[in-house]
Design a protein around this ligand. Structure first.
Ligand SMILES: Cc1cc2nc3c(=O)[nH]c(=O)nc-3n(C[C@H](O)[C@H](O)[C@H](O)COP(=O)(O)OP(=O)(O)OC[C@H]3O[C@@H](n4cnc5c(N)ncnc54)[C@H](O)[C@@H]3O)c2cc1C
Length: 434
């Protein structure tokens, strides 16, 4: 395998790693490799996909669909297949990946390793719940594991951040879908209570809330709730994807610009709501239409704070939103979602409650605030999402995840010399049981 020394970052572009990367094209190249962290499309924001001063295998060229059964919707795909590609290939045939994150660039391996959640978590759980089997490079051999035959290893692998072995391929159960278009109902929520009431009441297959994280006072928590269903109606074809050609200047996302943008974005939906038809890509991956949009935050990059709070902790959610709105640092990219019950993944993020995700430019004031928000979420029985994190405190994080000790023990069995550690697991001390 050819190795090339490189500097690389996660999607937030704040933390940089320098190390050797390989991009193999054949699964067989993985067989003789000593245990090495695998990375996907680097759509995790912080340091989960970095291995400073070490090696990492970029899996994005291992991107073949190995088999597909049109009768059952079971697809077997190599780890580097982008989840959006599976949607593009199979929605016209009546099948859609059962869970998709907000970017189609995330790979199958990355979706398993972070046990990603989608707009349907309240109904269908996280990605791992729809994985029938995973082939891992496990202690130098290819090993296929299933939830029945290897339950603990499986639970340590879905959401396990690659620490039980490189994911080579997986068999996924897709969901049947009727129609290639999404019928989307958009409703305005004037404040947080209304926003949560609409999320709670929704029985749509897909539900997500955009939140105006700059709004204060009576408007705190206002936003737009989108509820989506598959439909046979035609959708207008969106134009060609655009690209952000260079790092934007620091004022591009300044407080007055964000406030004005959010007010317009909120105001575009009439008071009584509206229904629109959108393509699958536009509904599930709206940001993918602007390539390299992370450059909007300039050279210093940005952080995303994402936490989940138990359903009963609305007062804490309100407090977090007040802190964020007062800071004047939030960008328009802010999401509020209702999550359903916790799944099987020992280190999986989703648990029953409300998840809040907000982007902030990389500034000293933002860092202090993000640390504060994370601590508050932990004290309230919630947790931060490690696919987005680069600032949390290790001791607090280990307490947030009740499955941590069991996961660390299983990762130690699979990787006793800790050769699969990444910058994230080292920073948070995740591989230690304490
Ligand atoms: C615009 C945007 C929207 C997003 N929306 C959501 C969302 O709605 N829900 C959600 O849950 N997440 C969301 N995310 C986060 C994203 O889905 C996850 O970070 C996902 O893991 C990224 O996949 P990747 O292939 O880029 O993995 P990477 O970021 O490259 O890696 C993530 C982790 O997976 C491990 N890994 C990757 N491939 C393998 C492999 N083959 N074997 C073993 N380990 C592996 C890496 O070591 C690392 O720990 C979003 C990200 C972006 C940029």
């Amino acid at each position: 395998m050819r190795w090339k020394s490189d500097r690389y970052t996660g999607w937030g572009r704040v933390i940089e790693a320098e190390g050797d990367l390989a991009r193999p094209e054949r699964l067989s190249a993985l067989r003789d490799l000593p245990p090495t962290p695998a990375i996907g499309a680097r759509r995790s924001y912080g340091d989960a996909c970095l291995n400073s001063d070490g090696r990492a295998v970029d899996m994005t060229r291992l991107d073949r669909v190995l088999s597909f059964d049109p009768a059952t919707g079971v697809v077997e795909a190599e780890a580097g297949v982008p989840i959006g590609e599976l949607a593009r290939l199979f929605v016209p045939r009546g099948w859609i990946p059962a869970v998709m994150p907000g970017t189609g660039f995330a790979t199958v391996g990355g979706c398993i390793a972070m046990d990603v959640h989608g707009k349907n978590h309240h109904r269908d759980g996280a990605f791992g719940a729809h994985v029938l089997s995973i082939t891992l490079v496990h202690q130098g051999k290819f090993k296929t594991i299933t939830p029945d035959k290897n339950p603990t290893l499986f639970r340590a692998t879905t959401g396990g951040m690659g620490q039980t072995g490189m994911i080579v391929s997986a068999r996924l159960q897709m969901a049947a879908c009727s129609g290639e278009t999404m019928k989307v109902r958009e409703s305005r929520a004037g404040d947080l209570d209304e926003h949560l009431a609409l999320l709670d009441a929704s029985d749509a297959t897909y539900t997500v809330g955009w939140i105006d994280a700059a709004a204060k006072g009576a408007a705190l928590g206002r936003g737009i709730i989108e509820e989506g269903e598959h439909s046979l109606d035609p959708a207008p074809r969106p134009g060609k994807p655009k690209s952000v050609p260079f790092n934007a200047p620091h004022f591009a996302l300044s407080k007055p610009i964000v406030k004005a943008f959010n007010a317009r974005y909120y105001g575009r939906v009439p008071e009584g709501g509206r229904t629109r038809f959108r393509t699958v890509e536009d509904f599930f991956f709206p940001l993918d239409r602007v390539l390299n949009w992370n450059r909007l935050y300039g050279k210093r990059g940005f952080h995303q704070f994402q936490c989940v709070l138990p359903t009963g902790e609305v007062a804490v959610l309100r407090e977090l939103l007040e802190v964020i709105a007062r800071s004047g640092l939030a960008s328009p990219l802010a999401v509020l979602k209702r999550l359903g019950p916790q799944g099987d993944g020992l280190m999986s993020f989703p648990m029953e409650g409300y998840t809040l995700a907000v982007d902030f430019p990389n500034r000293d004031r933002a860092l202090d605030m993000i640390r504060f928000l994370g601590t508050k979420a932990g004290q309230a029985g919630g947790r931060v999402y490690l696919a987005k994190d680069s600032l949390a405190d290790g001791a607090i994080v280990r307490q947030m995840y009740p499955g941590h000790a069991k996961w660390a023990a299983e990762a130690a069995k699979a990787d006793p010399k800790r050769q699969l550690e990444t910058d994230l697991t080292r920073r948070l001390g995740l591989r230690s049981v304490s």
